[in-house]
Write a protein that binds this ligand. Structure first.
Ligand SMILES: NC(=O)c1ccc[n+]([C@@H]2O[C@H](COP(=O)([O-])OP(=O)(O)OC[C@H]3O[C@@H](n4cnc5c(N)ncnc54)[C@H](OP(=O)(O)O)[C@@H]3O)[C@@H](O)[C@H]2O)c1
Length: 218
């Protein structure tokens, strides 16, 4: 199976690429030219094809011929206004439609509220703080969530894999919990390897299509 990966040069993206290659996937990695170096030897792996480009370039070469699209893209420091993440999600999904690719697993956070979430203080404080301190990030995450909730992309098999504070233990002591925000079992921490494991399991099992699970480590 061939997977297109957006955000492959990020911390989680690299972990995903390593694990997906161990599991014998073929990968197309959409990367900014200056960031390819972050992939190290992975960039020349026989099962890796690098497609160079940024948000403003054509995504078609990355999406053409794949079975699944995975995205680790999300807001970083000094995130601009104008909801660039929402726009890039729309562009990825329009390209998927053009290319007849239906399966999409992408990053979300508790800022994207799901009707199945419970209103729990610690997550509410988190989201309120983000709204106050990083309004561009908050607005973009809400707008991105609304895209999926609108029903306008329900011809695609999307999953918004929501995570909380990311950690990078190679062999975490915790185990993975997949549920909803405030379900009484989740935490505030998502180990990157658990997020990656969720995605690689989900693209085979398709349990969470058109859903927004919350993946944490407990
Ligand atoms: N860290 C946390 O606790 C936390 C919490 C909630 C959500 N998140 C989100 O989770 C995602 C993964 O986290 P991470 O720490 O693994 O990410 P990361 O190391 O920051 O990597 C982000 C990836 O997105 C790409 N990207 C970001 N802005 C871009 C732009 N304007 N144009 C093209 N590519 C762009 C980066 O490309 P380059 O390599 O070219 O820069 C990189 O591949 C992030 O998107 C972040 O917003 C993180």
């Amino acid at each position: 199976m061939k997977i297109a990966v957006f955000g492959a040069t990020g911390t989680t993206g690299v972990i995903f690429v390593e694990q997906a290659l161990k599991e014998n996937y073929q990968l197309k990695l959409y990367c900014r030219p200056q960031s390819i170096v972050k992939l190290g030897e992975l960039s020349s792996h026989a099962s890796v094809e690098i497609i160079q480009g940024g948000f403003d370039d054509d995504f078609t070469p990355a999406v053409r011929g794949v079975a699944v699209v995975v995205s680790f893209l999300g807001p970083g420091l000094n995130w601009p206004s104008g909801n660039p993440l929402e726009k890039v999600m729309m562009k990825i999904m329009q390209t998927m439609r053009n290319e007849g690719v239906t399966r999409f697993v992408t990053m979300g956070t508790p800022t994207i509220a799901d009707p199945l979430d419970k209103n729990v203080f610690k997550y509410r404080i988190l989201v309120s703080s983000l709204k106050l301190l990083q309004p561009n990030v908050y607005n973009d995450m809400v707008a991105t969530g609304n895209l999926f909730k609108s029903g306008n992309y329900d011809d695609l098999d999307w999953t918004v894999a929501r995570i909380c504070f990311l950690k990078s233990s190679a062999q975490p002591k915790e185990h993975i919990h997949v549920g909803y925000v405030g379900d009484g079992q989740g935490s505030l921490v998502s180990q990157r390897v658990h997020w990656v494991k969720f995605i690689l399991t989900e693209i085979l099992e398709n349990h969470w299509i058109r859903k927004m699970p919350f993946i944490t480590s407990i």
